[in-house]
Write a protein that binds this ligand. Sequence first.
Ligand code: TYD
Ligand code: MG
Length: 400
Amino acid sequence: MPLVDVEVLDIQRMSSGDHELDRVLGGGVVPGGVVLLGGEPGIGKSTLMLQAVLNMAAASPRVLYVGGEESPEQVRMRAERLGHVPPNLFILAETNVQEILKELEKNRPTAVVIDSVQTLYLPEIESAPGSVSQIRESASALTRFAKQHHVPLFFIGHITKEGSLAGPKVLEHMVDVVLQFEGERHHAYRMLRAIKNRFGTTAELGLYEMQGTGLQAVDHPSDALLGQKSGEDGLSGTAISAAVEGVRPMLVEVQALVSTAVYGTPQRSGTGFDLRRLNMLLAVLEKRCGFKLASKDVFLNMAGGLRIQDPALDLAVVAAILSSALDVPLPWGTVFAGEVGLTGEIRPVPRLTQRISEASRMGMKRLFHSAHARNVKAPEGSSLELIPVQQVSDLHGRLF
Ligand code: TYD
Ligand code: MG
C-alpha cells in the first residue's frame, strides 16, 4: 500500500490528571498505549501510578489497579492518603496472568495498571516469576489485550541502582513508552523522564516532590533547587549552574568540598554527578590551572539529590571546586553554563538562550559561558551580565 494512502487517525488522548505525567507521555494517555514505568524500589512508582489512577477514575468509567506487591488493604490505606477514592476504581490482587486476562475480558476496564511486572507469571511457563521468560510472555499477553481493546496499560518495573532493568529491560522494545522515575531516596525530589516514546518526544521532563500527601508537581524547579537565598553570598564551595534537563531550564546548586586527605588514598565522591566526569575535571584543573588536587579529598553534591546529566554543569563544578579549595565564596548571583574539554577549553552548550532567560528570571547578576558561543545576548530589560570565558585558567583569573 502506498504510505500516503494510509489513513492517519487523530489520537484521542486522555489526561492522567497529572500534568507532569501527561507532558512526559507526550500530551496524555493514548488508548492502547503500553507504558513501562521503571525505577528503583522505594522511589515512588506505586505512588505515582496510584495518584494517576485516582485521577483517571474521575474521567474514565472503570479503572483497574492490579497489585501483586501490596495487599488491597495497604493500597486502600495509601489511596486514602493521596486523595478521594472514587467508586469506579477497582483493585485486583492477582499475579496469574491467565486470571488477570479473564477479569479484563469480563469487566473491560478503561485503563489498567500492573504493579509490578516482576510479580506476574503464566502457569504454563516453568521458570519463576521475575525471570526473563515469565516477564516477557506475561507482558506480551497483556499487551495484546491492550492493543486489541484500545485500553491504556501501565507496567511498573523495578530496576537496580546500576540502571539495569534486568527483567523489565526485555520489555523495552515491546512497549510504546518507557518512563524512568529517578531521584535519591532520602531526598524529596523525583524526576520522570521518557527514554522511549512512540507517541511523542523524549525531551520532556517531569519534576515532583515527595511529600506526606504524595507526589506534588514542581512547577518552578529553580525556586526549589536553589539552596542559596537571594542577596547573600553563599559559603565557599557552592556554585550555581544554569542546567537544562530535557527541555526544561533550571538553576541548580552544586556543592564541593575539597579538603586535605587524612588517609593514604584521597577520596572522590559525587552525589548526583558522574564520578568519572569529576575525576576528569580534577585532572584538567591540575594540568591546566596548576592546582594541586592529587592529595585532596573531593566531595561533590547536587542540591536536591537529583541526577542531572547536562554537560553544562562542568563549569559550575569547576567553579565550586576552586571556590572550596581557595575557601573563597563566589559573589551572590553568579551562574555558570559551559562544558569543559580535556584541554581545559570551555565549550559552548545547547539552549544557551533558555539558560540565560532562566538566570535572568531568577534575578541572577552574571553568567559565565563559553567564548565560542554565538548569538549570546541577555533578554531585553535584563541586567544579567554575560561573561565569556575561553579556558579554565581564565575562569580562575576572573573569579578570584
Ligand atoms: P512507593 O510508591 O511504594 O515506591 P515504589 O513503588 O517505587 O517501590 O513509595 C516509596 C516511598 O514513598 C515510601 O517509602 C514512603 C514514601 N511516601 C511518602 O513520602 N509520601 C506519601 O504520600 C507516600 C504514599 C509515600
Ligand atoms: Mg511499589
